[in-house]
Write a new protein. Structure first.
Length: 644
């Protein structure tokens, strides 16, 4: 039992002290005979207080410490590090949350919030009295990272990892790299084309000896834990030999009788079952779409590189970390959402951008010249009665940039922007200014009165109650209606389920903390980057890719990992294998083993996360959780129910 515990109660700049009497908390806690000192502080996380804590721990030789402040999600690591700097084992530090659990939860009852805070801190003191100095256990780490997704974020993170010295396996499910960026022409602000950007990154990645690219590849199995993760990768065949002749390829495409909608162009054009999206796409080896191929054999007659004998390959790789950069899908409007698929001249913004790419001197859609374009914003974002209540952030800028591009390319084009408030943040504001100077017209409505798209014989009418003209009802006869769609998570993100990566309320991959740990997930060794974790533009995606690469590399750089000792512990004398702990464990960290002729449970230390799911289901109470033992938890409960 510890006798020299230091307790620090934080005001949190008023977040706590406005609703909790922190001086009363301090006075009550210092009555405990094990509390050597008790202090209040305006900001416990401030550098000045951290220095004071280090001095107190070192000079007064404290054997335990408690900080009563905000959520441990924010500052548990902060104060654990403070404890270590003072010479105290970090597992003899306990964090008490009296902001979220007391002051914020009971802001209407200061007396009640104060009493609850006292009990919470008493419980923390009771736990630290019985805490033990623990040391992390170390495992070897493989100096390799699997980067899943070869879009802008995946390519950039792969390059960063390779340059840092890691072996990189770049795994792309599609047959070509580049993701969504490869589909765009001029990018806003930089005016570099998406194809040029991807080409530059692809060349740099392929010229690096540490990067191995797999296309048409998908992870189908995984095992192991951070530092030593085993992955099984399925690689689909392209059905073309490497020495494909371009002339023969053109003939093979020409004779192929199968015509399907071209997903690369968002179905506004068609392609053959033998295809290559555009001349500069990488890798430059073509593909046969076996989902639609009829095996008629016409392509084989004119191109000797066609090889239908190719089959799926399976590859086992071992990595220390996995970086997910799986990207996003554009929102697909529902049937008749703003006339989509029921009115023939309603398209999405991605379709419009590809249409502008293919139309040279005149903007034409379905044989009709386009003069008036109506852009309807926030389709699939900020939904009042839908799942996607978030703002996709990039759509306003993308729509305005597309409108400017179209206006400069085609004479006498008129752009009408039906919006709910323009969000061209940062330097992108200059695009909004340019659009306005070019004569684009902006009409705005509230979310509960969106624009209405209707058909009047051969005319398409967009109607709005425009709040910028004091709710006047205005109509625009549009030759083309463009639905400005937002970002949604990938429809097929099976890799997330395979790795058990949690998702947020928006269904994108969820980071631990958006400010303090913005690219880490609760699955050790798995980081996330780019639009897989939420809507981002290219700059933001690259920034997160660099952060994720740095974090992934930091895990494996030293060749070994220090893992938390807070894991399950089996008392083999009491254990009689029944399998209930194995059934309860979400991480498959428990297994049956023979100890002196007796079948008992054994814990895989590198896999166990210390979640405690196994402890309550054990019928013989043979499992304890290091750092959260029965003795510690029971003492905390006693402190919480105490009325002293």
């Amino acid at each position: 039992m510890k006798k020299k515990i230091g307790v620090y109660v934080c005001h949190c700049g008023g977040n706590i002290s406005d609703y909790v009497d922190v001086e009363k908390v301090r006075a009550e806690i210092e009555k405990d005979e094990s509390v050597f000192l008790a202090k209040t502080t305006m900001f416990a996380c401030a550098d000045s207080n951290q220095k004071d804590m280090v001095t107190d721990i070192a000079e007064k030789q404290l054997d335990g410490a408690v900080v009563a402040s905000c959520s441990p999600t924010l500052h548990l690591l902060t104060f654990s590090a403070v404890a270590e700097r003072g010479g105290l084992n970090k597992y003899n530090y306990i964090h008490a949350n009296i902001r979220e659990q007391a002051s914020w939860a009971h802001s209407d009852d200061k007396l009640g919030a104060t009493e609850k805070a006292i009990q919470i801190v008493k419980a923390a003191v009771a736990k630290v009295k019985r805490s033990n100095a623990l040391e992390p256990f170390r495992v070897a780490a493989t100096n390799a990272v699997a980067v899943v997704g070869a879009g802008i974020a995946g390519l950039r993170s792969a390059i960063q990892l390779a340059e840092s010295g890691a072996q990189v396996y770049l795994i792309e499910r599609e047959f070509f790299v580049g993701g969504r960026v490869a589909q765009w022409d001029d990018l806003f602000v930089s005016n570099e084309t998406g194809k040029e950007l991807i080409t530059r990154l692809y060349d740099k990645a392929m010229n690096h000896k540490n990067i191995t690219l797999f296309t048409g590849a998908e992870i189908i199995e995984n095992s192991g834990s951070v530092g030593n993760i085993s992955l099984k990768v399925k690689i689909a065949p392209r059905h073309f030999k490497l020495n494909c002749n371009e002339g023969n390829l053109a003939k093979a495409i020409e004779v192929c009788p199968v015509v399907v909608p071209d997903k690369f162009n968002f179905d506004i054009t068609t392609r053959k079952a033998v295809y290559h999206n555009f001349p500069g796409e990488y890798p430059q080896l073509p593909v046969i779409d076996m989902e639609h191929c009829t095996r008629c054999g016409e392509c084989e007659k004119v191109c000797e590189s066609v090889d239908f004998s190719q089959v799926n390959e399976f590859l086992n790789i071992k990595v220390g970390s996995v970086l997910l950069a799986t990207g996003f899908d554009p929102y697909e409007p529902k049937n008749d959402e703003f006339g989509y698929k029921t009115i023939d001249n309603v398209v999405t913004l991605p379709q419009f951008k590809r249409l502008v790419h293919y139309c040279d001197d005149q903007l034409v859609y379905k044989g009709k010249e386009v003069k008036n374009v109506a852009y309807i914003y926030c389709v699939g974002s900020r939904q009042a009665n839908g799942e996607n209540k978030y703002c996709s952030r990039y759509c306003c800028t993308a729509a305005i940039h597309a409108a400017i591009t179209a206006k400069k390319k085609y004479k006498d084009l008129y752009n009408f922007h039906f919006n709910r408030g323009i969000r061209t943040y940062g330097k992108q504001e200059v695009l909004y200014d340019e659009s306005s100077r070019l004569g684009d017209i902006y009409l705005q409505s509230f979310e509960d009165h969106p624009p209405v798209v209707s058909k009047d014989r051969d005319k398409t009418i967009v109607t709005i109650n425009d709040i910028l003209t004091t709710d006047k009802t205005l109509e625009v006869e549009a030759d083309l209606v463009v639905l400005v769609t937002g970002m949604v998570p990938r429809q097929d993100n099976s890799i997330g389920s395979l790795l058990k990566v949690p998702k947020g309320r928006d269904n994108f991959f969820n980071e631990i903390h958006m400010k303090l740990r913005p690219v880490e997930t609760v699955i050790d060794g798995v980081t996330i980057a780019g639009a897989s974790q939420g809507p981002k533009n290219i700059t933001e995606s690259v920034n997160s890719a660099l952060a994720a690469a740095t974090k992934s590399f930091s895990l494996i750089a030293s060749g070994e990992l220090a893992l938390s000792p807070t894991i399950a512990k089996i008392d083999v004398n009491n254990c009689e294998w029944c399998g209930k702990c194995d059934d309860a464990c979400p991480f498959n960290a428990l297994a049956k083993t023979d100890v002196n002729g007796k079948m008992v449970a054994v814990v895989n230390k590198s896999v166990c996360k210390g979640c405690g799911m196994c402890t309550p289901v054990c019928p013989s109470n043979a499992i304890d959780l290091i750092g959260y033992t029965d003795n510690q938890i029971e003492s905390m409960i006693d402190a919480l129910v105490s009325t002293d």
